[in-house]
Design a protein around this ligand. Structure first.
Ligand code: ADE
Length: 320
């Protein structure tokens, strides 16, 4: 499939840690991993739901100890993304997952941000950083980390909400989002990946999210679909991830064609590509093969990604 220039808007940088890099960083940091080798690690990527993935995702990121580790991970992703046609990337990271391991905010933020700062000059990919908060931890923790990020003037464009969804509704984080918006940050939130349409409503009404990450379960609620259409709310969809985490049965069951036919503002993204069998181009290839998407539909998906990005008008005009 020819390269399709696009923006990647839903990407967890910790989810780009390929087995080779996990082992290389472990060796560099003197860590003994509980896996025999990269094949043994990759064999564990048979997930049954979101939580089964998150357990391994949080465990493997323990190899990230220094700024250089975070920088190497980020550089590896950007190189792959550039080769795949990504022209702009908005990258989420999970600061709380690193703080909990004794890694400072400066180490994780500066490691990633130092590479993003030169990504356009080095690779032709403009980029920005989104600090995502873990919804299965108390909102006060998230608020404290947000205040620390603001105090250190961290180079973030926005905040997000991720981790285990069901049982942790967006409304728990209303104060965090109010503080972020007052500080001029953009707001995104995972909703409707495993959680119900009610969580998408809350992300829109309570958090006033600019974008919804996933949102596939929105289709269960016709009134919500009408709202998403009326407001052109961006939905950052991750097809291979939805299959691997069993939100849908097979790629052929994915709601993407219905979302496109309805005219929803959907884009294609890779989420945690090291774990889910592919980067953004693999996601495009999988849905193109499964649904025979037309060149017009592919162009719409790419244009949606650029239009939904947190870009200045000048860069957007270059990319569109
Ligand atoms: N963190 C990393 N990947 C995630 C996903 N797919 N859903 C929620 N939180 C995540």
């Amino acid at each position: 499939m020819p390269l399709l220039p696009c923006a990647e808007l839903h990407l967890h940088i910790e989810g780009t840690l390929e087995p080779d890099l996990v082992f290389a960083l472990a060796a560099r940091n003197g860590i003994t991993l509980p896996y025999a080798d990269t094949t043994d690690l990759a064999a564990r990527y048979a997930f049954t739901d979101l939580q089964s993935f998150l357990d391994l995702y949080y465990a493997t990121m323990d190899v990230l100890r220094t700024e250089a580790d975070f920088a190497d991970m980020t550089r590896a992703y950007l190189r792959r993304a550039a080769a795949a046609g990504v022209r702009h990337a908005e990258i989420m990271m999970d600061p709380q997952a690193h703080l909990a391991r004794g890694i400072s905010l400066e180490t994780c933020v500066n490691g990633v941000a130092s590479v993003l700062a030169t990504s356009e000059a080095d690779l032709g990919i403009s980029s920005s950083l989104i600090a995502a908060f873990l919804r299965d931890r108390p909102a006060e923790d998230a608020l404290g980390v947000l205040r620390d990020l603001l105090a250190m003037d961290a180079p973030i464009v926005g905040i997000g909400l991720d981790s285990a969804e069901v049982g942790f509704p967006p409304s728990l984080f209303s104060e965090v989002y109010d503080v972020a918006r007052a500080a001029g940050l953009k707001c995104v939130a995972h909703a409707g990946e495993e959680g119900p349409p009610a969580y998408v409503w809350e992300a829109l009404d309570v958090l006033r999210a600019d974008r919804i990450d996933h949102g596939i379960r929105s289709l269960e609620d016709g009134t919500l679909v009408a709202r998403l259409l009326a407001e052109r709310v961006p939905l950052t969809v991750c097809p291979l991830s939805n299959v691997r985490l069993r939100a849908v049965g097979t790629i052929g069951d994915h709601p993407l064609p219905r979302m496109l036919a309805l005219g929803l503002n959907v884009s294609i993204n890779s989420n945690d590509p090291a774990y889910f069998g592919g980067y953004v181009e693999d996601n495009f290839a999988a849905v193109t093969k499964a649904f025979g998407l037309s060149p017009d539909e592919l162009a719409t998906l790419a244009a949606n990604s650029f239009r939904s990005a947190f870009l200045d008008d000048e860069r957007r005009a270059v990319l569109l």
